[in-house]
Write a protein that binds this ligand. Structure first.
Ligand code: ATP
Length: 755
């Protein structure tokens, strides 16, 4: 049934807004948008829900809470172990690659280069192959998609079991293969996948199924668990539990509840404990090349912990450079990623594979070739710097690398960055005890090369994080500024490593636009609280939109930002409705009619109306497309007459609540999956027990700003726009919600709840 509503105003479309390049999502022009589907966070208080609630006592509630804590414990343990596995694999692959390269280098440089580059290309090939053939949604960092999920939009495949497997093994290949990317974003995605799988009781498709965990099989509960998973990912990547909590709060979630804080905090703490225990097990050489490195902790305590007034200007300069370079990085990666997405990657998987292997080869050529052109430097005085390990023979790698040096007491500063794992390279750049370890020319070469490689690499079809490349770029220019300041103020006790740290914070701030969580993560990973005020100064938030928001927009994820646009103040709710006619159902509808309506459009929600004998129409609620599909498939509610099947108020649902839930990131049922005979098409179905009887309703002249805030703050999927109501039945104030007598009356009526 179509209801036409009068339009007194010209229709408004978001595509016509002046800011269309930023805000527009055209279903026709951008095919990716169609893939995104909103989540149903709203509680649908239909009959099945009310029956389910009525059957619950306090005992049930206690077990539900216990399950929630158990789930977050499982998420913490599984994320910590996954991170540990990735780190062991990456460190070992890097160790084998470097030792093989240095061994062969004693005989032939060319053979050493072949070994080095083949090792890298093989690992990258394995990564891109896994992603393209097995888990396409595992490409990239995954944070824009998770941000979208927590904003209320599900992209197909993002939280599946196969994506989790692809992310873990793909990250090992891409990071172990020496590409200019990190494993931190993928770890956040890994944590989110684990959380989603725990929430829906595993993956039935892959025979990993725990029925007893299905308590949380709905979008609302899964949202909370995925938030915990994100925090767990950051906590695992950086060993920064507080940073993990703040990252989830600041960067990925759109809704935050105070009850969630404890659970997120607990998950992060569990991860930290798991990672620490696993690392303790590895200290006795049980894990091959994996030692104390791998997990990011760059301890810079003991270096500069105070600063003079004169340093504030150069420190501010570091912040400005970070903001500019970060913005440039975002812009370049955005151009390149959208070119790839719209042109290059459309040519098929083989193009993606060749592209990733070529990028790997280019990275190998530059990282092997550039240090060959660099002059070696004498090792620092061993008596003055006893902590520093400088090589005494070719092939030693660690703090300083002897690469193509004629004298065993020399090191190659550029190779010191390239021929170390990224984590060790950053440890060197942040190092507070190694004044003049790098020459300015080497740092400049590295900056230019790594910045370009990071831009080119992001967007290839492999799992890729931007934290570590960002830290490497930032710490390089930070250290350059530090060298300049050391020369300028010779008498002051200034450390280059401190500037490297500020540079890293400023670049990440400029690119990702994180502020509070970034400061806390930097403090946690560097173990130096004294530098917090400086880091806070360096982290900027001024230029373009953040990296993840830009990427989400490019991928067609319709994120609702925290604030409505200014022009929305001037628009009314009715002007935002896209359709001329509202597609509704009668509360008792013919099966054939429902099928034909579902076939004729793609709407996900339909108002359900009741025609009174007086001819008036009353809206009795809203029914979701997914509910209609479940009802059509089960056929158990079909009836022969168009009258109420049950006496009102005494309906007993034949469906469990979880039957209506759709697994995360899957398309769920489609109308094409439903097969009905001509006789069944003639039957009726009473929709009333399945509708959401209390959808959110706004008057047609409510400002769009208010609608936006309602939508954003409550995580809604549908809002019904209605004419001004003709009468008011009451007014509720805050005190009505706190009324104790009302609670007593309820408890007397429902003694089971007291239990
Ligand atoms: P979501 O995944 O968030 O549900 P969507 O925008 O694809 O996303 P649709 O239900 O297809 O959801 O809605 C598309 C457009 O159609 C919206 O602009 C909305 O105003 C309109 N619309 C939605 N439901 C109805 C309906 N029952 N009758 C008429 N128009 C509708």
């Amino acid at each position: 049934m179509d209801i036409e509503h009068p339009r007194r105003w010209p229709r408004w479309s978001p595509l016509r807004s002046s800011d269309s390049s930023v805000n527009a999502y055209d279903h026709n022009e951008e095919p990716n948008v169609i893939e995104a589907e909103s989540l149903d966070y709203e509680v649908i208080e239909n009959v099945a829900y009310r029956q389910d609630q009525a059957s619950r006592g306090k005992l049930h509630y206690a077990s539900y809470v216990a399950f929630k804590w158990l789930s977050v414990l499982l998420i913490g343990i599984a994320t910590g172990l996954s991170a540990f596995f990735i780190n062991i694999a990456v460190e070992n692959f890097s160790g084998w690659r470097f030792s093989a390269t240095f061994t062969v280098m004693k005989y032939s440089y060319f053979a050493a280069f072949l070994v080095y580059s083949l090792f890298n290309v093989a690992l990258v090939f394995s990564s891109v192959k896994i992603v393209t053939k097995f888990a396409p949604a595992a490409a990239g960092s995954g944070i824009p998609e998770i941000k979208g999920y927590l904003n209320g939009v599900d992209m197909p495949g993002v939280l599946l079991f196969r994506t989790l497997v692809g992310k873990i093994f793909g990250s090992i290949g891409s990071v172990g293969g020496g590409l200019a990317l990190g494993k931190e974003g993928p770890l956040v995605h890994t944590g989110a996948c684990i959380a989603s799988l725990v929430g829906q009781g595993g993956s039935a498709k892959h025979f990993v199924n725990w029925k007893w965990l299905e308590v949380f099989k709905n979008d609302r509960e899964r949202r909370d668990l995925v938030t915990c998973g994100c925090a767990a990912g950051v906590s695992a990547a950086f060993r920064a539990p507080v940073g993990g909590v703040l990252f989830a709060l600041e960067e990925v979630t759109s809704w935050w509840r105070s009850q969630l804080l404890w659970r997120v905090f607990f998950t992060s703490a569990v991860v930290a404990v798991v990672v620490r225990s696993a690392m303790g097990w590895c200290t006795h050489g049980n894990c091959g090349h994996f030692g104390s490195g791998g997990f990011i902790i760059w301890d810079v305590s003991g270096g500069q912990d105070d600063y003079s007034f004169y340093e504030l200007l150069p420190m501010a300069m570091v912040g400005v450079i970070g903001g500019l370079l970060g913005a440039l990085f975002n812009q370049l990666t955005l151009y390149l990623s959208s070119w790839r997405r719209n042109i290059l990657h459309k040519r098929g998987d083989s193009v993606k594979i060749v592209e990733a292997c070529l990028v790997s080869l280019l990275t190998s050529v530059l990282s092997f070739g550039l240090p060959l052109l660099t002059k070696c430097t004498p090792c620092p005085d061993a008596e003055k710097y006893p902590d520093i390990i400088c090589p005494h023979s070719e092939g030693t790698y660690g703090n300083y690398v002897n690469f193509h040096c004629s004298n065993p007491n020399e090191y190659n500063d550029l190779a010191t960055i390239f021929f170390n794992t990224q984590d060790d390279a950053i440890r060197n750049l942040f190092s507070t005890k190694t004044l003049h370890e790098y020459s300015a020319s080497s740092l400049l070469i590295f900056l230019g090369m790594f910045f370009s490689l990071a831009v080119i690499t992001f967007g290839t079809a492999v799992p890729a994080g931007q934290f570590v490349p960002g830290i490497m770029i930032g710490s390089t220019y930070g250290r350059l500024v530090g060298m300049f300041v050391v020369n300028l103020y010779k008498k002051l006790d200034i450390d280059e490593g401190t500037y490297a740290l500020l540079g890293a914070a400023s670049f990440l701030g400029g690119s990702m636009r994180m502020t509070v969580s970034l400061c806390v993560i930097m403090v946690e990973i560097t173990n130096n609280l004294n530098l917090l005020p400086l880091i806070m100064l360096a982290v900027g938030d001024t230029f373009n939109a953040g990296f993840y928001e830009e990427q989400a927009r490019m991928k067609g994820i319709p994120l609702l930002e925290s604030r409505p646009k200014y022009f929305m103040r001037k628009k009314q709710a009715r002007e935002a409705c896209q359709s001329q006619k509202v597609v509704c159902f009668n509360h008792i509808s013919k099966v054939g009619h429902i099928v034909s309506v579902l076939q004729s459009n793609n709407h996900h929600g339909f108002p359900v109306v009741n025609r009174l004998q007086s001819g008036e129409t009353v809206v009795i609620g809203l029914i979701l497309r997914s509910y209609l599909l479940v009802l059509l498939q089960s056929k158990s509610d079909f009836q022969t007459s168009d009258s109420h099947g049950d006496i009102r108020g005494h309906f007993t649902s034949r469906h469990r609540l979880t039957e209506f839930a759709k697994p995360a990131s899957s398309r769920g049922l489609s109308i094409h999956d439903i097969h009905l005979s001509p006789e069944e098409m003639e039957l009726y179905i009473d929709l009333e027990p399945f509708v959401n009887p209390s959808p959110y309703i706004v008057p047609e002249d409510m400002s769009l700003t208010k609608v936006y805030n309602l939508f954003r703050q409550l995580g809604l999927r549908h809002v019904l726009v209605v004419p001004r109501p003709s009468e008011v039945v009451g007014v509720i104030t805050r005190k009505d919600l706190l009324s104790e007598p009302a609670e007593d009356v309820y408890l007397d009526e429902h003694p089971a709840v007291r239990m």
